[in-house]
Every structure is written in C-alpha cells, then in structure tokens.
Design a protein around this ligand. Structure first.
Ligand SMILES: NC(=O)c1ccc[n+]([C@@H]2O[C@H](COP(=O)([O-])OP(=O)(O)OC[C@H]3O[C@@H](n4cnc5c(N)ncnc54)[C@H](OP(=O)(O)O)[C@@H]3O)[C@@H](O)[C@H]2O)c1
Length: 302
C-alpha cells in the first residue's frame, strides 16, 4: 500500500477522462461561477477554477459581484443562470457575506445545474442512494481510496465533522451498497465524548473539522488509513503563509498505513471533480445520463 496518497495522479486521470468525454460527446460545458466580494483565498480558488476550465475545454463565466450585494440581487443572478440554456452548471464561491442565507441560495440553484451540491434535492438523493450531482470533496475521498485500491467494504470509517458539504454526505456515500463503499460509519463532532477512544477504532479516519493539525498520533490506531480533508492557512516558522491539514502529518506519519498530504491531497482531487459534475450536468441537459459508476469506470477502468 502506498504510504503517501498524493491527489495529483488522480486529478490528472480525472482531467484526461473528462477531456476524452468532452471530445467524444462533442459538448461545450459552460459554468456560471458567482463570487460575492473578494478575499485572497477565494480569489485564488476562483482563478484556479477559471484556468482549469480553459485547460479542459470548458467555459467558465466569472460573475464577480460587489461585497455589498444583497441576497435579492444574488438570487436574481442565480435565477438568470438557472434559465439560461447555455449555462450547464452553477458554482457559488464561498464564503458569502453574513446577511446572505446560504441555505436559501442553495435552494435557489436548480438541482440539474447544482454542481457544488448545495440544493437539498441533491443532498437528499445521496441518502436515498439515487443518482445525483455528488459534492466534490466527499467524492474526492472515495476516488482517492479507489485509486490507491484501499479496501473500504466492511471497514470501520470514522469521520470527524458533520457539515452538510463534507461530513454528512461523505458518511452517507460510505454507506452506499457498492463495492467501493459498504463501510460501517461513525461520525463525530464537537460534542462527541472521548473523541480519542472513537478515532482509535478507525480503520479509515477522515478529518474534516477545520482545526489545524488537530489529530495527533495518540488519536490514531497503528496501521490505519488517514484522510485529511482540512485546509487551514498557517504562518510557518519563517512567517510565510502555508497550508496545513486537520491531521498533524509529521506526528501521524509513522503510525499510519497511508496518509493524504496537505496540500496536494484531497484538495487537488476536489477541484477536478467540480468539472466532472459540470460535464455530468451538461450531458444530463442533453438527455444523456451517466451515473457515478459510469464515471468511476471511465476514470479508473472497469
Ligand atoms: N479539501 C477540500 O476540497 C475541502 C473542501 C471543503 C472543506 N475543506 C476543509 O475541510 C475542513 C472542514 O470543512 P467544513 O466546511 O466541513 O467545516 P465546518 O462546516 O466548519 O464543520 C466543521 C465540523 O467539525 C466539527 N468540529 C469542530 N471542532 C471539533 C472538535 N474539536 N472536535 C470534533 N469535531 C469538531 C464541527 O462540529 P459541530 O457540528 O458540533 O460544530 C463541525 O461538524 C476545513 O478545513 C475546510 O477548509 C476542504
């Protein structure tokens, strides 16, 4: 088993599969990327999406709204993108200003164009094991395990974090009756008692809590697989801005059978999966349905 589970070869595979599919189906996927205001991290992500899009042959229409944008104005932009037949997917860059209700804007995105999976219809379909647009980060975790051929079926997965965009959909995907899932799942959060006693029972431990280097070696079972979803900005010893995960990589490396790095782990896979959802949405709007298994087959081989 590989010790360090880099996301880079997986991202490269996904991009190649998508380019081939775009050419084969002769489609021109187009995304509306809406950003409200600006901050350095959000600007970085947005530019990354725009540049990845042009490399893949997808168009990304960046709509940058002022930091003072009202909820009504944002809803109006979403409605326009919903009804525009040239737009196949809508991505809303987070964070949004405090006065905007994330749930309300998520509900406003039509489910067929909801490539970041903010609409409750798509989230609900995950619980029902029905085909839908799946949130990119949870799917990135499963793609990483699949690529490195780490068995999931029957194993105990512990997830720290119960957000609607990472922890909860990921827990539900791990429960799907599929050979790449079929896990037993425990989900923990800030009110869980004796977290260490729980995390020590994990075959696969997923950290998605947004606390830099929170998971230490004493929380980890020998020989377990550690998946780090966290991305936290931190000044390094020289005062330079660096990114670390939710797992203390250096202290856990020896105990783990495998571990994802930050950066270069789950985050790299996530950004390419946004385009998988865009392509899926574009095909769906042309009446072609490819489900998750089709995409897994396309990327990793049958
Ligand atoms: N790699 C990627 O592509 C990607 C994508 C999205 C997010 N992220 C990163 O993933 C991390 C999580 O993001 P998110 O949006 O899911 O965060 P979030 O919405 O802030 O949720 C954090 C979750 O962690 C739990 N938590 C916080 N402190 C805890 C503690 N001390 N012990 C146990 N549980 C604790 C919270 O519990 P309560 O529910 O009790 O508050 C909550 O459920 C962040 O670092 C984010 O930057 C990465």
């Amino acid at each position: 088993m590989d010790k360090v589970l880099s996301g880079k070869p997986i991202a490269a595979l996904i991009k190649t599969a998508l380019k081939d599919l775009i050419a084969e189906q002769d489609i021109k996927p187009r995304m509306a990327l809406i950003q409200v205001g600006s901050d350095p991290a959000a600007d970085y992500y947005v530019q990354n999406i725009v540049s990845n899009g042009s490399k893949l042959g997808c168009t990304v229409d960046l709509d940058t709204l002022s930091a003072e944008t009202s909820q009504a104005e944002l809803l109006d932009r979403i409605t326009k993108a919903n009804v525009d037949p040239c737009i196949h997917g809508i991505m809303l860059q987070k964070p949004l200003p405090d006065w905007i209700d994330d749930t309300a804007v998520g509900c406003a995105i039509t489910p067929e164009k909801d490539i970041d999976c903010l609409n409750p219809v798509n989230l609900g379909k995950i619980v029902l094991e029905a085909d839908s647009l799946v949130p990119c980060t949870p799917l990135a975790v499963l793609c990483t395990l699949r690529y490195y051929q780490i068995p999931v079926q029957g194993r105990h997965v512990v997830i720290i974090g119960r957000s609607a965009i990472v922890g909860k959909p990921l827990a539900n995907l791990f429960l799907w009756k599929k050979t790449w899932a079929n896990a037993s799942v425990t989900i923990c959060h800030s009110r869980s008692q004796d977290l260490t006693a729980i995390t020590q029972t994990a075959d696969i431990l997923v950290a998605a809590l947004g606390k830099p280097e929170f998971v230490k070696a004493d929380m980890v079972r020998n020989g377990s697989v550690l998946i780090d979803v966290g991305i936290n900005a931190k000044n390094d010893a020289s005062g330079k801005l660096a990114y670390v995960g939710d797992i203390d990589y250096n202290s856990c490396l020896d105990k783990a059978a495998s571990i994802t790095p930050v950066p270069g782990g789950i985050g790299s896979v996530t950004s390419s999966l946004l385009f998988l959802n865009l392509v899926k949405a574009c095909l769906l709007q042309r009446g072609v349905n490819k489900n998750i298994d089709d995409f897994i087959g396309l990327i990793f081989g049958a």
